[in-house]
Design a protein around this ligand. Structure first.
Ligand SMILES: *[C@@H]1O[C@H](CO)[C@@H](O)[C@H](O)[C@H]1NC(C)=O
Length: 376
């Protein structure tokens, strides 16, 4: 009707074309808006939508055909340095005869639930991976609908939840894969004493010990395995908690049941606590340097270097205790200036009746042996 009116008013055929183009444009804009509000896209997925005309894309979604993305329900457990495949498959329900063009996006959810971290995107034969994942990830597409993610040489901070997202035109479905590392959680208190670290310093402190700040899941698993620690420490999600297996007076009282006690979220700059660090398996070896004499800290560092190694970090000693079953009833220096020793089989004169890494704290004086770390 309007077009007829316009014709009537302006008559010129070129003007009519203009109006038609403008009307089409308006309709397209309105349709786009309806579409995006309909889908209620939960997050920006990194792709610009385009309308695929001519190959059948576009209508099919509204005819009861569902895009289904499948990922494993159980966490995938592996260890630092390993290669892992995060499985993801998709199909249409009911099945389609003609293959359709899709785009794939893998991203990693962040612990503190801010925006996701991009891992890899793929459209057709084009793949691209991002940041720290560049050069060690690819898409595995061995069977129709498979879009699994392969990550090589896993790093400590790779653990967490990954989203596999399949984008077909305006449709968008995803599944989550939980990647966990086998490892060991240890509480850490720096040289200057108890409750000295804000969140950022806590993260840095763990890195300096060849570890990362532990997640709640990692702490929980360690608690199940018997970790009991009566000082509150930071976790990766910005909360402060501590694990108790034997309730007692000094640790919240004997009336409270065993469990992970939480102080909740704390201010990342202002509040100070200890930290729980996490380390996984080791590339290399930790050993006690047998030597007739004992060392000062400086001499100990030198002794490891003379042995073509370096003085071990706390995370490396814990890792060797956990994964290499290092058991030695000799106190030795570590890089941070603490003195510790690892016990797998508890025995007389080697500390408490449970296995563990024993600590002498940070002795100001005295001579001890040393634990060295050598790369393979
Ligand atoms: C991981 O894969 C790479 C290349 O495919 C291979 O060279 C390496 O040995 C693998 N690492 C492990 C731990 O299997």
């Amino acid at each position: 009707m309007r077009l007829q009116k316009a014709e009537l008013l302006f008559r010129g055929p070129s003007f009519q074309n203009h109006l038609q183009v403008m009307l089409h444009f308006l309709v397209a804009v309105i349709l786009l808006q309806i579409d995006s509000s309909r889908c209620g896209l939960p997050f920006y997925n990194g792709f610009y939508y385009d309308h695929d005309k001519g190959n059948g894309n576009g209508e099919i979604h509204f005819n009861g055909i569902r895009l289904v993305v499948e990922t494993p329900g159980d966490p995938v457990f592996t260890y630092r340095g390993a290669n892992v495949t995060l499985s993801c498959h998709y199909h249409y329900d009911p099945q389609l005869d003609v293959p359709r063009r899709t785009r794939i996006k893998w991203s990693k959810l962040r612990e503190d639930s801010t925006s996701d971290q991009e891992v890899l995107v793929a459209a057709g034969l084009k793949h691209r991976s991002f940041g720290d994942f560049r050069g060690r990830t690819h898409l595995q597409q061995d069977s129709p609908g498979e879009v699994s993610l392969v990550i090589r040489d896993l790093r400590l901070h790779d653990h967490g939840k990954y989203r596999c997202e399949v984008i077909d035109g305006l449709e968008d479905e995803s599944g989550i894969v939980d990647l966990e590392l086998q490892g060991v959680v240890f509480p850490y208190q720096p040289l200057h004493g108890r409750y000295m670290l804000n969140f950022h310093e806590a993260e840095k402190t763990c890195r300096e010990q060849d570890a990362v700040i532990a997640s709640f899941e990692q702490l929980f698993k360690s608690w199940e395995e018997g970790l009991d620690w009566c000082n509150a420490g930071w976790l990766a999600d910005g909360t402060v908690q501590y694990p108790i297996t034997q309730p007692r007076k000094a640790c919240g009282g004997p009336a409270l049941s065993a469990g992970i006690r939480s102080y909740g979220e704390r201010h990342k700059n202002l509040h100070r606590f200890d930290v729980f660090c996490f380390s996984s398996s080791l590339k290399g070896n930790v050993y006690y340097l047998a030597h007739p004499q004992k060392f000062t800290l400086e001499d100990a560092k030198q002794a490891c270097q003379d042995d073509k190694a370096e003085i071990a970090k706390v995370g490396q000693l814990y890792s060797a205790w956990q994964f290499l079953k290092l058991d030695r009833c000799d106190a030795g220096w570590l890089a941070d200036g603490s003195v510790r020793y690892p016990i797998v089989s508890p025995r007389a004169k080697c500390g408490p009746p449970e296995p563990g890494v024993r600590s002498f704290g940070f002795p100001k004086h005295g001579k001890y042996g040393v634990y060295c770390y050598k790369m393979n």
